[in-house]
Write a protein that binds this ligand. Structure first.
Ligand SMILES: Nc1nc2c(c(=O)[nH]1)N[C@H]1C(S)=C(S)[C@@H](COP(=O)(O)O)O[C@H]1N2
Ligand SMILES: [Mo]
Length: 341
């Protein structure tokens, strides 16, 4: 972990992990201990690392090897690769798999980018997803039943983190709209909450009690049924690796990454607008909509450009992450809202 001695806004982008900087600040305000003590404690957690058994030693440090070993026993592996849906095209090269799977945000496993090894402790079978709240009948479904309930397809999407790094990846999944229909929301349902796993024993981040665990965030029902919204179960023609949110995560590619919880265990339909993980932690910096927008800077840095993982190429940020033709109409008349595109 980098201990910042300068103010965050004086740091070069390469040296900053903005969401982490926010957390240290918020925690210092909340629970009193000095910033340095907090950073020291967090560094200690990171050093606990991953208990490496024989399998760990055999796979060494190669992330692709880990991934292949992980999915060898995955009951859904026969569904991959899924046919590509060519409707969604890219304006840039795909990010290399090797780059995308070793640079992740997954705070349950550490508040830095190198969590991929620690995340191997996430066991993605057995796994169930509970659908509850304002639905005709709440239910809990086994992940392999869910994955087989809807045909999988591959889509090439841009992805943008609020920290200004970006990637372009082939996701595999099924339309979120199909899951919503199947869930049978009641008339009063207006928002849908996605909640991440909460097995506190396997992930050191849960001990960082200043975070509002479990990780969760929400979208409007209308956003969820947009054709771009995808329930993602795989990437690069294989089931997701744990560090990328296996076994299932929503992807709404016009929004910043932080809105989209990984490794989902619960989907809840509600009437009132929920407050998500980052908005709860730091409401002055993160809001409900979080649509990608080059013209709305983060309070501590510009959003005008983004940095592609792997190549480091700088590109201009696209309004709605380039998906305006599909989503701009969802936000007509809402331009006055804070942190809104
Ligand atoms: N459960 C959980 N989901 C999460 C996060 C997290 O820390 N925990 N980070 C979010 C953020 S900030 C981003 S940018 C994306 C990163 O996805 P990736 O690591 O697969 O690229 O996951 C999002 N979903
Ligand atoms: Mo992010």
């Amino acid at each position: 972990m980098v201990v910042h001695r300068r103010k965050p806004w004086q740091l070069p982008e390469s040296a900053i992990t903005p969401e982490e900087a926010v957390l240290a600040h918020a925690a210092a305000k909340r629970s009193g201990p000095s910033r340095r003590a907090l950073l020291g404690a967090a560094a200690g957690l990171g050093a606990l690392g991953l208990g490496g058994g024989p399998a760990a030693r055999a796979q060494g440090r190669d992330p692709i090897g880990w991934w292949n070993a992980q999915i060898a026993n995955d009951p859904s592996r026969g569904l991959y690769p899924a046919a590509r849906n060519d409707r969604y095209t890219l304006d840039r090269p795909l990010t290399e798999a090797r780059q995308a799977i070793v640079y992740n945000n997954f705070y349950e496993f550490g508040s830095h980018k190198e969590i991929w090894r620690a995340a191997q402790r996430l066991e993605t079978r057995p796994w169930t997803v509970t659908i509850d709240g304002l639905v005709a009948s709440p239910k809990t479904v086994d992940i392999d039943t869910l994955i087989r309930a809807f045909p999988l397809e591959e889509r090439l999407y841009r992805f943008r983190c609020v920290e200004a790094w970006a990637m372009a990846v082939p996701w595999t999944g099924f339309p979120l709209a199909a899951l919503i229909r199947w869930a049978e929301p009641l008339g009063g349902a207006k928002y849908v909450i996605f909640q991440s796993f909460e097995n506190r024993a396997i992930a050191p981040g849960f001990r960082q009690t200043w975070y509002p665990w479990p990780y969760a965030d929400a979208f409007t029902l209308e956003e969820c049924v947009n054709e771009l919204a995808l329930m993602v179960t795989g990437i690069y023609g294989k089931p997701l690796p744990p560090q990328m949110g296996a076994p299932i995560r929503p992807i709404l590619p016009w929004k910043y990454g932080f809105k989209q919880p990984k490794s989902v265990v619960r989907i809840t339909f509600v009437a009132e607008r929920p407050v998500g993980f980052w908005e709860r932690l730091q409401p002055s910096e993160y809001g409900f909509w979080a649509n990608v927008n080059p013209d709305v800077p983060h309070p501590r840095w510009s959003q005008a450009t983004e940095r592609m993982l792997g190549t480091g190429e700088r590109r201009p940020t696209l309004i709605w992450n380039g998906y305006g033709e599909h989503v701009a109409h969802l936000y007509a008349g809402l331009a006055h809202e804070r942190l809104f595109a």
